[in-house]
Design a binder for this molecule. Structure first.
Ligand SMILES: *Cc1c(COP(=O)(O)O)cnc(C)c1O
Length: 745
């Protein structure tokens, strides 16, 4: 990288604005990478994902190239603070955890030297930018390429045509380098051609509450899947000839949730139509090539495509899926499955294609994303398939890349680990378990690091939100997409109860604390938006009450994204992971916080279970109903109104939605939220996420943390134990497992 540094030295920075400099430095780095792009191996893995939540590439890539510090120094000599580029770009081609996981996985594979290539869509507009106005979410388009896109290379001569029944589209690849021991690529396809063709890669997640929106979504899924499969089959034919029996030997494809599952049918279509394979042979090749990761058990998130819709724009694909359904039915019958079992596993049912069932049937390996989630798949959602094909099922607990989520966002903590346990942990093949047993000796240093990260976070918040948080405040954070199952609503009630107790002095000695929220709501999700408004109403009540504002603050940050997470995660003491047990498949936010020394205050859900297993229950704060207890409540006729009748504080908190304490501006949203808890709706029972069931134990956990924090060293040791035991949650570990057990690369 000497050349990069020399070129950077020579760079004339005079009178150049941050955007120009950003572009020129990025281009220098890309130049230096050119000859380092690794050639494909004999056997490669491909990750198909409709989302990649990359965040900012600039600092991460310079770090991976080993020139972040020298760049900082050289720029400083030219009078430039490297942080000026922080406002520039944050590529949010995804919504949340699923897309961020894809980005962490690519990073880890490159770091480990494994040939894993990503395929996806180059949306013109990523996830909307969020502003808060009067406590409400406003959505603005995210034109992430407006300052250019120096980290992508357009591959004009590798474009290909994707055909729909009504029109065709050109898929133009853009390659983004993923830097590590290997330099792999993430290939994103941009749709070009007619106006209707271009629409396909215009927006991440077009609103799919209309028929038109659904159609566009289906086109997106087919568009990138078909482009990827077209490319891989062509490459195979060029390299190994037209016998595709060896295709699975050279290619293994991971389906990140059901969005790319249509790729299975596309491979069969190409093998039979273009390469002369028999249908049966093509099915076997496909089965040996694909693997599927399930990310959710929420029924509304399991994709089912109307047969008529698929027929309309992809008649051949619809035919193939129907044939697969028949083959599946025959096989299951022969295996002795009952009618009910077959109906449950059917690919075609009620006029729709059940994409998760298609994925399970057509994949070699099916995995959940945390131990608990995989058990729920085996005993719940996919129980019949598990009985028939037990060998397909395995667990791959998620992870996060320690490079972005520790080394880059928290160099102060990384240095402390170096000093205490040596630098070996930085290697992808290594971990930082060397810290275990040494945490007692460094609580003071750790507390200093944490204080510094809080100062940085509070400055950032002051600058972006205009809210000041006094130094020394204890930081609780709940940052993630807004969803009822994640229960930000429950945290809102808990804060309101703390407020009431502070006001009436039923709690004293409360350690001054701030609750930080960050979350975007899907634009059409009315309740989630109402919850944002409710939290902001509570925030303005609490923050403007001089009696409590030196003890309690509430901040809802705007436009939570990867870059914001990189500030919030290191500066947090308490990670709030409070989903209804059984509903958060894994979570990865929980891992980022753990890695940076926050204790988890959470339910026994998703990867929280394993976090506690590794870091010790005594070093975290677990509360609320377990999966089994939730099941029992479900079957026992849970009655939230009975809980309210018994608990005055809860009553006060819930009534605040309708008793005039807060205003929703006359929209009726708060009344609707109130009803969701107390009477339910045509499609659900009251309090379907068991908020009132868990609220009391939640408040008690928050108070226990508050007391323990005041003890200083003891709490710092709990935090450090979490750091020391977080190696398991590095995506390097996860990717090694995928490589060994599923991909065999
Ligand atoms: C990690 C991450 C997520 C996922 O958070 P969960 O708490 O696991 O839902 C979502 N959004 C961003 C920006 C992230 O960095």
């Amino acid at each position: 990288m000497k050349k990069f540094e020399e070129e950077l030295q020579k760079l004339n920075a005079d009178n150049k604005d941050a955007i120009t400099l950003y572009r020129e430095i990025s281009e220098l780095a890309m130049e230096s990478l050119r000859e380092r792009i690794s050639p494909p191996a004999e056997r490669n893995a491909y990750y198909l994902s409709i989302e990649y939540l990359l965040g900012r590439s600039f600092y991460n890539n310079l770090m991976e190239l080993g020139v972040l510090d020298s760049t900082k120094r050289i720029l400083a000599e030219k009078g430039i603070d490297i942080n000026v580029f922080e406002e520039i770009e944050d590529a949010a081609l995804g919504n949340g955890g699923l897309g961020r996981l894809a980005a962490c996985f690519l990073d880890s594979a490159a770091a480990l030297g494994l040939p894993l290539y990503g395929y996806g869509i180059r949306y013109k507009y990523g996830l909307f930018k969020q502003k808060l106005e009067d406590g409400r979410q406003i959505e603005l388009p995210d034109d992430w390429q407006r300052y250019g896109d120096p980290w992508s290379v357009r591959r004009e001569n590798e474009k290909r045509v994707v055909e729909f029944a009504d029109f065709s589209v050109t898929a133009v690849p853009y390659d983004i380098p993923v830097i590590g021991k290997r330099v792999n690529t993430l290939r994103l396809f941009q749709a070009e051609g007619s106006d209707e063709a271009k629409k396909i890669s215009e927006w991440l997640y077009p609103p799919d509450d209309t028929e038109e929106g659904k159609l566009l979504r289906l086109r997106q899924e087919y568009f990138f899947s078909a482009a990827a499969i077209g490319e891989l089959t062509e490459r195979h034919a060029a390299r190994y000839g037209k016998n595709f029996d060896a295709f699975p030997q050279h290619n293994t494809l991971q389906l990140n949730d059901t969005h790319p599952v249509i790729a299975v049918a596309e491979l069969i279509r190409l093998l039979t139509e273009k390469y002369g394979a028999s249908f049966k042979n093509a099915v076997n090749i496909a089965k040996a090539s694909f693997n599927y990761t399930n990310h959710t058990v929420l029924p509304e998130a399991l994709e089912c495509w109307n047969e008529s819709l698929v027929k309309k724009i992809l008649p051949k694909i619809a035919d193939i899926i129907e044939r697969l359904n028949k083959i599946q039915e025959k096989e299951l019958k022969a295996l002795g499955c009952t009618k009910e079992e077959i109906a449950d596993m059917a690919i075609y049912r009620n006029g729709t294609f059940a994409m998760a069932n298609l994925a399970v049937y057509m994949s070699s390996a099916v995995n959940g994303v945390a131990a608990l989630h995989t058990e729920i798949l085996k005993n719940g959602l996919f129980r019949n398939a598990y009985r028939v094909f037990p060998d397909k099922f395995r667990n791959k607990t998620n992870g996060v890349t320690k490079r972005r989520w520790l080394m880059l966002c928290n160099p102060e903590l990384a240095d402390l680990i170096d000093k205490t346990a040596g630098k070996g942990w930085r290697d992808a093949d290594s971990d930082y378990s060397a810290l275990i047993g040494k945490t007692d000796g460094i609580t003071k240093e750790f507390t200093e690091v944490k204080s510094e990260k809080k100062r940085q976070l509070f400055n950032h918040i002051a600058k972006h939100e205009g809210i000041t948080i006094p130094n020394g405040f204890l930081v609780y954070a709940q940052v993630k997409r807004l969803h009822e199952y994640k229960r930000q609503f429950m945290t809102a009630f808990a804060i309101y109860e703390l407020y009431v107790m502070l006001k009436n002095k039923s709690i004293t000695n409360f350690y001054p604390s701030v609750f930080i929220f960050g979350a975007k709501s899907a634009p059409s999700y009315r309740r989630a938006k109402a919850i944002i408004k409710f939290i902001n109403e509570i925030a303005s009540l609490v923050n403007n009450d001089p009696e409590v504002s030196d003890k309690l603050k509430v901040v809802f940050v705007q436009n939570y994204n990867v870059s914001y997470a990189e500030k919030i995660v290191p500066g947090t003491d308490v990670s709030l992971q409070v989903s209804t047990a059984g509903l958060e498949a894994s979570g990865t936010g929980n891992m980022k916080f753990m890695m940076n020394g926050a204790v988890t205050c959470g339910t026994m859900d998703g990867a929280n279970v394993e976090i506690v297993e590794h870091a010790g229950r005594e070093n975290n704060y677990i509360f609320g109903a377990t999966v089994q207890e939730i099941e029992a409540l479900k079957n026992g006729g849970y009655n939230p109104n009975a809980v309210l009748a018994e608990n005055e504080l809860h009553r006060k908190a819930v009534e605040s939605l309708v008793d005039g304490s807060f205003s929703d501006g006359g929209t009726g949203e708060f009344k609707e939220l109130y009803n969701s808890l107390t009477v339910g709706a045509s499609w659900h029972k009251p309090d379907q996420y068991y908020i009132l069931n868990d609220l009391e134990s939640y408040v008690n956990a928050l108070l226990a943390i508050n007391r323990d924090y005041a003890e200083g060293k003891v709490f710092a040791r709990k935090q450090l134990e979490n750091v020391a035991r977080s190696s398991y949650f590095s995506s390097d570990r996860t990717i090694k497992e995928y490589a060994q057990d599923i991909w065999h690369i």
